[in-house]
Design a protein around this ligand. Structure first.
Ligand code: ASP
Length: 584
């Protein structure tokens, strides 16, 4: 038996009892006549003691030879500690060791395995198994497990069945690039890894499994943005015989359950907002509503004066930054530089200081009177002492830029509090989205999303105006879930494909199986998928998802630990009938 207890278990109630522990040597303190060893496992740390008085010379010698991260087994008696450590649960006791066995030696780890390590990100990723021994990483993995368990518990209690769907499939419709897998047995043919189980879960609805969920890996070959992973986990869900309202209720229920069980937070009913409203008020379809700084549109008040920059803009819009009037010239210049960074992309920024005495001082005093600026203050909700930041230009870009500024200012002002939770449903997304470059429309959600009732006709005349039965669940400015009510009849689906630029033959080749299934009694259905990695990170009060994933990939999509992706050898390539013209 390797252990009778774990390293986080022994307390003063165990004093005088014998115990056997196994674990890793965290550190050794050798005072000559006495040696202390901190023994660590997943559950905690227990102090071991060897001393001249009570331990044999051999044993002391053996203890002295222990290196960091050696794996050892010890047996001894639990005794009261002379000087107690209030910081750890086992701090009242120590184990007076009578037997010590080295189970495995260890090389000196390339970074210290402590809560605060000296290891940089790269080295910790390369030796991720060592990083996992550290509390900050280990605790996050345990936290993730807890969230996943609560998801399974809640959904099972609501009658959902977890069903696995295949990974080796055909191209899926989420709009990213597929990862593909060559088929050895079918020369020249490839599987695609699912971007989501979308088509399969819809087929499960046709199959009568009217409440499905799955905690499932999805794969999207996208250019990696910060904190995105090429493989990630979804809580994927689908229900039959439901309307949008049913879905919103079911998954608001799940989210409330998680906030309650995991964070001990009771949120009231989630507010709802249409996509259009979110864009107008926050310039963003996933607004962080933990704080204000709402957009004030200033076209009516700021245009048709002599300020040409505003006159030629599609949108003039501002926010009031609390207490910003006290910024120095230098700070304000830095702020203007910030919005002009290529990542934000504004050409410039007009600002108005709302002085505490009720007067205004702006960068456009030449063009606007005090009464004008007072109007701006009213529209943006600026109070004396605030700073109004105004951007202008075309609607899309300007909203995105001001939204970036809003988030940045909120972060600087400490308004994005990790322990405050502000969920929000965003509803009525556009059905289609126009590709800026090609001018073509593609499905904003995916091609199976149904248009709002009565809007199908609009597809012919004004495709951009069609709204969908599509919804996102937003938490603290992050999209944590998204879904839609689906099309469930063949004709509407065919119309959709046509508008998305598929020829009937292309639609058939790619999604014929689904259109066929719709002819065999497809029930009305809809669903949603949550990004589990992100959800877990937010519930855990963190911004980055990486630490909540046991073995994440880096920003270039590499696993630096196993060194993947990697070339295949000739034999493998031959077997797969693949020929590489590019020489590595
Ligand atoms: N398949 C969708 C996605 O991955 C979610 C859904 O529509 O249920 O975003």
């Amino acid at each position: 038996m390797y252990r009778s207890h774990n390293c986080g278990e022994l307390r003063s109630s165990h004093i005088k009892r014998e115990a056997t522990l196994s674990g890793w040597v965290q550190k050794t303190r050798d005072k000559g006549f006495v040696i202390w060893v901190d023994l660590r496992d997943r559950y905690g740390i227990t102090q071991l003691i060897f001393d001249e008085e009570r331990s044999s010379g051999d044993l002391l010698e053996k203890a002295r030879s222990l290196g960091r991260e050696f794996v050892i087994q010890v047996t001894g008696t639990v005794i009261e500690r002379a000087s107690k450590n209030k910081n750890i649960p086992t701090g009242d006791i120590e184990l007076l060791v009578s037997e010590l066995q080295v189970l495995n030696e260890a090389l000196l780890p390339p970074f210290t395995i402590e809560d605060r390590t000296d290891g940089g990100e790269d080295i910790r990723m390369k030796y991720r198994y060592l990083d996992i021994r550290r509390n900050p990483v280990k605790d996050k993995l345990i936290f993730r497990h807890k969230v996943a368990m609560e998801v399974r518990k809640h959904l099972s209690n609501q009658g959902f069945i977890e069903i696995e769907t295949p990974y080796l499939i055909k191209s899926t419709p989420e709009g990213a690039r597929d990862f593909v897998v060559p088929s050895r047995m079918n020369e020249g043919q490839f599987y695609a890894l699912p971007q989501s189980p979308q088509t399969f879960k819809q087929l499960l609805m046709v199959g009568g499994m009217d409440r499905y969920f799955q905690i499932v890996k999805c794969f999207r070959d996208e250019d990696l943005r910060a904190d995105r992973q090429p493989e990630f986990t979804q809580i994927d869900c689908e229900m039959a015989f439901v309307e949008q309202e049913d879905i919103l209720n079911a998954f608001e229920g799940l989210t409330k359950h998680l906030l309650k069980e995991i964070n001990g937070v009771d949120t009231g009913d989630f507010p709802r907002m249409t996509y259009d409203e979110a864009m107008e008020r926050f310039g963003n379809d996933k607004p962080d509503i933990r704080f204000g700084m709402e957009f004030g549109e200033l076209n009516a008040q700021a245009q048709h004066r002599d300020f040409n920059v505003f006159n030629t803009a599609e949108l003039v819009v501002g926010i009031a930054v609390p207490d910003g009037a006290s910024y120095t010239r230098k700070e304000l210049d830095a702020l203007v530089d910030w919005v002009r960074r290529p990542q934000v992309g504004a050409k410039g920024m007009v600002y108005v200081k709302c002085n505490p005495d009720g007067s205004y001082k702006s960068t456009v005093d030449k063009f606007y009177k005090q009464e004008d600026l007072a109007q701006w203050a009213k529209t943006t909700g600026a109070k004396p002492g605030d700073l109004i930041c105004v951007l202008s230009g075309d609607i899309h870009a300007t909203r995105a830029q001001l939204s970036a500024l809003r988030m940045e200012m909120a972060a600087r002002l400490g308004l994005r509090k990790p322990n405050e939770f502000a969920p929000l449903w965003v509803l009525d997304f556009p059905l289609l989205e126009r590709d800026e470059e090609t001018g073509n429309y593609h499905a904003m959600h995916h091609p199976f999303t149904s248009p709002k009732p009565g809007q199908l006709e609009l597809l012919e005349t004004d495709p951009g105006a069609v709204r969908a039965n599509a919804y996102d669940l937003v938490l603290n400015g992050n999209e944590i879930g998204g879904g839609s009510i689906r099309i469930h009849d063949k004709e509407t689906q065919a119309t959709m494909f046509k508008h998305l630029g598929f020829t009937p033959a292309e639609a058939r080749a790619q999604f014929g199986f689904l259109m066929d299934a719709f002819q065999y009694g497809a029930p009305p259905h809809g669903g949603i998928a949550f990004g589990l990695d992100r959800l877990v990170a937010i519930l855990g009060g963190q911004e980055t998802i990486r630490d909540f994933i046991a073995f994440p990939k880096n920003n270039s999509g590499r696993d630096v630990m196993i060194d993947a992706p990697a070339p295949l050898d000739e034999t493998q390539l031959k077997e797969l009938n693949l020929r590489l013209d590019i020489k590595a």
